[in-house]
Design a protein around this ligand. Structure first.
Ligand code: GAL
Length: 445
């Protein structure tokens, strides 16, 4: 018996070692297409659709806590209207961009205790992390049953699917490259919205002379967020995308210039950034302590839903410098992890997430637009209407910070590069480090 236990223990440990290595193994777009030639994956579990009325529990895991909560609560309300017998557990771990939630999720997934459904970004955060490790259930039958193959844009379906299935339901489309400001304050300070970083540097000196912080910044992930806007502004969309498909080296002088520009920009930011949340950086702009902030359009949700400000009048927006006509996008989504305790309730939740009713209750409060092509735009404010217009007409590229273009392995390593750069401000060293982590995590392979 003792011997049997030992063997069992060894087998279990091996499974965990295997899980640990494959879970954060790398997977790029190219690897995915190469994988397309391979035979279907026998490990795939497919969602089971039935007519049961769910009446059990449903644990939804996300980082939409506190100020970020109202939109999720509206979505849960729609769910509860249709499924009153389910007891919803709204499990949140606070921290912008999921900086804390993702670590908790990783522990739970590796420990075999997944939530029933969790927030995950469409793209490599989903595919290159959880799908590649066989941790998600294929939702293709649900997409077909609900007619979602026709209402979600093809490019978005490609980001949540592989040859083996469709792995999550997108609830929104957010824009990352937005610069926020208060129109009356800019007038008072005698400056206008910068169209390029060079213009920003001219304006910034003028602002500093008046005791105003030119650009409000918060904790480290918002520096990473800023980085993708600067990269797109300096490189343009073709070279930005070339970074992710491996055709532009991270040590190319053009990419070193991104870091040099970052260095210059950081001189015009607040010294207490590391101790602020993204909402507090937004507050600096709202209260007239800072002129600009670059943040995803959840900042519009925060300003209109939580602070009750009116877009256009109380706050204005523009594409971040040098990115006009380009839209860095990301999409939050929910899926069904393998081993979820309440699959029937989860399927009901996913139906709500993908529904027009659910999306048009959630997104007007969130600052995002619906991921569906048939949403009712009359329910959205003037900011979101302009985002919807840009989403339909701009060049679309994917976000790094919010999971579209690179897997978790690269994202985590990139965070370390950002920390290093904040300490030593050495552009060449940051570029070299990025080249190393890109190779290590299979970016562009
Ligand atoms: C993003 C997420 C947004 C918003 C933001 C700030 O990663 O996609 O919905 O929550 O973080 O926390």
């Amino acid at each position: 018996m003792k011997r049997f236990n030992k063997i069992l223990l060894l087998a279990v440990s091996l499974i965990f070692v295997f899980a640990g290595t494959t879970l954060f193994a790398t997977g790029t777009q190219e690897q995915k297409s190469a994988a397309k030639a391979e035979p279907a994956n026998a490990n795939v579990q497919h969602v089971v659709l039935n007519n049961n009325t769910p009446s059990d529990k449903l644990e939804i895991f996300s980082w939409w806590a506190g100020d970020e909560g109202p939109a999720l609560q509206a979505l849960i309300k729609v769910f509860e209207k249709h499924y009153p017998d389910v007891n919803v557990i709204n499990a949140t771990v606070t921290g912008g961009a999921g900086v804390n939630a993702k670590a908790v999720l990783k522990t739970r997934m590796l420990g075999g205790a997944p939530p029933d459904s969790f927030q995950v970004h469409a793209g490599q955060e989903l595919i290159g992390t959880w799908v590649i490790a066989n941790r998600m259930v294929d939702l293709t039958p649900l997409f077909k049953q609900q007619g979602w193959m026709k209402v979600f844009p093809k490019d978005l379906l490609n980001l949540i699917g592989t040859k083996d299935g469709i792995w999550s339901v997108p609830v929104n489309v957010h824009r990352s490259n937005v610069m926020w400001y208060v129109p009356d304050n800019l007038k008072k300070w005698g400056v206008s919205v910068p169209q390029s970083w060079d213009e920003f540097f001219n304006i910034a000196d003028k602002l500093q002379a008046q005791g105003v912080t030119p650009l409000a910044l918060a904790q480290a992930w918002t520096v990473k967020h800023l980085w993708e806007s600067v990269a797109l502004g300096v490189l343009g969309p073709d070279d930005y995308e070339a970074l992710w498909n491996g055709t532009l080296s991270w040590t190319d002088p053009k990419v070193v210039k991104v870091w040099q520009t970052m260095d210059k920009i950081l001189k015009y930011t607040n010294k207490d950034a590391a101790s602020l949340s993204w909402q507090q950086a937004t507050d600096m702009v709202v209260k007239g302590k800072a002129a600009f902030n670059i943040m995803g359009d959840w900042a519009s949700g925060y300003m209109s839903t939580t602070l009750k400000l009116t877009p256009k009048k109380d706050y204005g927006w523009a594409p971040s410098p040098g990115t006009k006509g380009n839209f860095i996008f990301l999409a939050d989504s929910f899926g069904l992890p393998v081993g979820a305790k309440n699959p029937d309730a989860t399927v009901a939740w996913l139906k709500t997430c993908g529904s027009k009713e659910g999306q048009d209750a959630f997104n007007p409060l969130k600052g995002s637009i619906s991921a569906r092509t048939d949403s009712d735009l009359s329910l959205y404010n003037v900011y979101s209407k302009s985002a919807a217009k840009d989403w339909a007409s701009n060049r679309i590229v994917g976000s790094l910070t919010h999971g579209v273009v690179a897997n978790e392995g690269f994202m985590n390593d990139f965070s370390s590069v950002i920390e290093m750069f904040l300490n030593n401000r050495n552009p060449q060293q940051a570029a070299n480090a990025c080249q190393a982590i890109a190779i290590q995590n299979g970016i562009g392979k």
